[in-house]
Write a protein that binds this ligand. Structure first.
Ligand SMILES: [Zn+2]
Length: 215
């Protein structure tokens, strides 16, 4: 499902879903997620901030080398600038973040997820100019509430369906000491459920490919 350049769900009919992880990479939680994804042959999308990508370049390389996608999640997750910065400033910060990632992976960044999912009218021309799709989600795990694994899994399973874009975190945008290890356990259980339901976990770009299916 899309509105212009904004996507919050993929097409139905291909039995695909997209797991997404925001705010990282994180030196502990991201590698754990990569192990879990590999064990299920699942692909995912990591929306990284410029500051965390620059601080953990080896992780950026590893995420891409394993076949996952990397999208931009702003330079430093500033709420005020996400809403109010002039387009020139937003363009400069997004471009700077993408250049950090692209220099490491050698692959172009084509997706942008604004911090907090805030899409201001100022952002739209910026993303058009940089040829970036804006990617939101239709299932929020609320994993940042740090509830028990079973509660998060149950919340997601209520809505898990063909075409879903799911929001998780592998890091807290400003506090790397916050523990996101529960998210790894949640993903392990959800991937098992996806396998039973014959839902393939793919990158966002793969989910959004148009191949003769219903919108
Ligand atoms: Zn975020």
């Amino acid at each position: 499902m899309a509105f212009g350049n904004i996507h919050w769900k993929g097409p139905v009919g291909r039995r695909m879903v997209a797991f997404t992880f925001d705010d990282g990479p994180h030196p502990v939680h991201t590698p754990r997620l990569l192990e879990i994804l590999d064990a299920s042959s699942a692909k995912a999308t990591f929306f990284m901030t410029g500051t965390n990508a620059a601080a953990h370049r080896e992780l950026v390389r590893d995420v891409a080398a394993r076949g996952h996608e990397i999208g931009c999640h702003s330079f430093d997750h500033c709420r005020t600038r996400t809403l109010l910065a002039l387009p020139e400033r937003q363009l400069r910060e997004i471009r700077e973040t993408n250049e950090i990632v692209e220099a490491i992976t050698g692959k172009p960044v084509t997706l942008y997820r604004p911090p907090y999912g805030l899409v201001s009218p100022l952002l739209l021309p910026v993303c058009l100019k940089l040829s970036l799709k804006i990617v939101l989600w239709n299932i929020n795990s609320y994993d940042f509430r740090r509830e028990p694994c079973s509660i998060i899994v149950a919340r997601v399973l209520k809505r898990l369906a063909d075409g879903a874009i799911l929001l998780f975190h592998d890091c807290h945008y400003s506090d790397a000491t916050i523990d996101y290890s529960t998210t790894a356990s949640v993903i392990e259980r959800l991937l098992a459920q996806c396998s039973s339901a014959k839902l393939e976990s793919v990158t966002v770009s793969r989910l959004l490919e148009r191949r003769g299916v219903c919108p």
